[in-house]
Write a protein that binds this ligand. Structure first.
Ligand code: SAH
Ligand code: SF4
Length: 337
């Protein structure tokens, strides 16, 4: 799909918008099927050395409690995921060092790989040297999530005191070259972006041909320098869904999750995302005691619950049933998905 078409679809309104959503849903059905892969996310540390301007975990923010789950706690959480038979993948996400050192993550990956051979392991802990990604791959990491956040290099630099867009894209190329299933993506509506930027974000995903693409609305966090800034599309929240629909059409075969930020930004936002292009669901299975301290942005759903609550694994089947969508692979299916 060319950039002009992407840019023009991002302006769709009225009947054209309804047609865009229907087309994206059809493309999702043809390329991915109706089954929804469930990927359970464990937020294993909120420590972070970076200072990304939008994020509640940024090093300069006085978070009430900085935590790191012990390897035993992480293995227990993974064991619960494996036993539930709903998710084929565990996603381990955290801030950047120093919560866990690179060698500690390598050891953790080896343990999970050894104990749970049927689960796919996804990691998401930011920029690292290629050798580190290689060691993690060798230790059993299957996938990696690293959003490029915005395709505008100047805007990236303003948002990230700790790195450049070029560095971030190099990390993504390294991961792809190492044979890791790689997920990129971006935030929708960071202050300073335009619809042109959004079109460029979608085109960059297409150019990388990512296996997974995670996108979600920017949500102002009052404890950050961008706390008073509004989402660029606050007056036109349909743009969140235009983005996911056009992303699907431009990347028909990619795994596109209905990310948590959609729920935080719009009522039933994740359900709508799943009907407008997204195909993956990522329930949060972080133990309740840690979950309330992992606040990337405010009003993050399910902070009061734990892994068994509605928005943890317990509610997934019900939520997907209401949409008429089965869990991919079905219960007890052992294939990594
Ligand atoms: N430290 C890792 C993983 C945790 S952050 C990393 O940065 O890659 C995961 C994602 O949360 C980021 O990629 C960013 O897109 C998103 N995020 C952070 N703050 C946000 C906010 N205020 N609104 C919406 N998304 C946010
Ligand atoms: Fe740290 Fe990731 Fe938040 Fe940036 S987005 S401050 S790297 S947790």
């Amino acid at each position: 799909m060319g950039r002009d078409e992407v840019a023009s679809l991002l302006q769709a309104r009225g009947p054209d918008l309804a047609a865009l959503y229907a087309r994206a849903d059809e493309a999702r059905r043809i390329c991915c099927g109706d089954g929804v892969p469930v990927r359970a996310i464990i937020e294993f540390s909120n420590m972070c050395s970076n200072d990304c301007l939008y994020c509640g975990l940024r090093a300069s923010n006085a978070v009430p409690r900085r935590y790191r789950m012990t390897p035993e706690e992480i293995l227990q959480a993974v064991a619960r995921v494996a036993a539930a038979g709903v998710a084929g993948t565990v996603v381990l996400q955290a801030g950047e060092t120093p919560g866990y050192r690179d060698e500690e993550i390598t050891a953790l990956l080896r343990q999970i790989r050894g104990k749970f051979p049927a689960l796919a392991i996804t990691l998401s802990v930011g920029n690292r040297p290629r050798e580190v990604y290689a060691a993690w791959r060798e230790a059993g990491m299957d996938r990696y999530l690293l959003r490029f956040e915005t395709a505008d290099a100047d805007l990236f630099a303003r948002l990230h005191p700790d790195g450049s867009l070029a560095d971030r894209l190099q990390c993504l190329r390294d991961l792809q070259e190492l044979g890791v299933q790689t997920g990129g993506g971006f935030m929708i509506g960071v202050p300073g972006e335009t619809v042109e930027t959004l079109a460029d974000n979608i085109m960059l995903c297409q150019a990388f041909d990512f296996d997974m693409i995670g996108i979600g609305p920017f949500i102002p966090n009052p404890d950050t320098p961008l706390g008073a800034a509004a989402n660029a599309y606050a007056a036109d929240p349909d743009m969140f869904f235009r983005a996911i629909a056009v992303l699907r059409l431009a990347n028909p075969a990619a795994h596109i999750p209905a990310t948590t930020a959609f729920d935080a930004a719009f009522p039933n936002g994740r359900d709508l995302a799943l009907q407008r292009g997204a195909n993956v669901f990522m329930p949060n299975v972080t133990p309740g005691a840690c979950r309330k301290d992992y606040q990337l942005y405010p009003k993050k759903p399910c902070v009061d619950g734990d892994a068994d609550a509605e928005d943890g694994l317990g509610g997934v089947r019900k939520r997907l049933q209401a949409l008429g969508r089965p869990i991919a692979g079905g219960p007890g299916h052992s294939l990594k998905r």
